[in-house]
Design a binder for this molecule. Structure first.
Ligand SMILES: [Zn+2]
Length: 173
């Protein structure tokens, strides 16, 4: 597994006017600030989802990553939320893109706010999908797709996925 996370994200220039940002208190703490736009910039976690696709034998679907970060590692299907999506939309879209399966509905399991290894904040929504249509077809982001029994699960590189897998195991012992 390679360690190829991009450098941590940091506000340096205003995304609207391009001016160099300064540090100014917003009344709570020092934050990047654009004097010409009179706007503070905030470092908020980025919402993402991961999908627990469960078959009738209780196995979960994992995809082998064909892209960085963590190329070659197995992980739950998922990805970052687009601006106009609900969490369920995001889960079903990522599922369709990565696995070729159309989920009938996605049920919220829980949320992880653990930081990734790049120390950027992510807020990962875990969704459960038990019913779908279509055939397993890996897209270009995954080289293989496989259902795993609990005791056969591969190691997963993302802390948020591990945290949500523990939650899943506590909900479905
Ligand atoms: Zn500005």
């Amino acid at each position: 597994m390679s360690d190829s996370f991009p450098i941590p994200f940091e506000w340096k220039y205003c995304g609207t006017c391009g001016a160099t940002l300064e540090c100014l208190s917003d009344g709570e703490k020092l934050r990047p600030y654009c004097r010409s736009c009179r706007r503070h910039y905030y470092d908020n976690p980025v919402p993402a989802c991961c999908v627990f696709i469960r078959d009738t034998e209780g196995r979960l679907l994992f995809g082998k990553r064909a892209v960085e970060p963590c190329l070659g590692a197995w992980a739950l299907p998922g990805g970052f939320m687009e601006i106009n999506e609900s969490g369920e939309d995001c889960a079903l879209r990522e599922m369709a893109e990565e696995t070729g399966l159309s989920g009938v509905r996605a049920r919220l399991l829980g949320v992880s706010t653990s930081r990734n290894r790049n120390n950027n904040g992510v807020l990962v929504l875990g969704y459960l999908v038990e019913e779908w249509r279509g055939c397993l077809t890996p897209d270009s982001d995954v080289s293989d797709l496989r259902f795993f029994l609990r005791e056969e699960r591969p190691p997963v590189p993302f802390e948020a996925h591990r945290e949500l897998l523990s939650l899943y195991d506590s909900l479905f012992p």
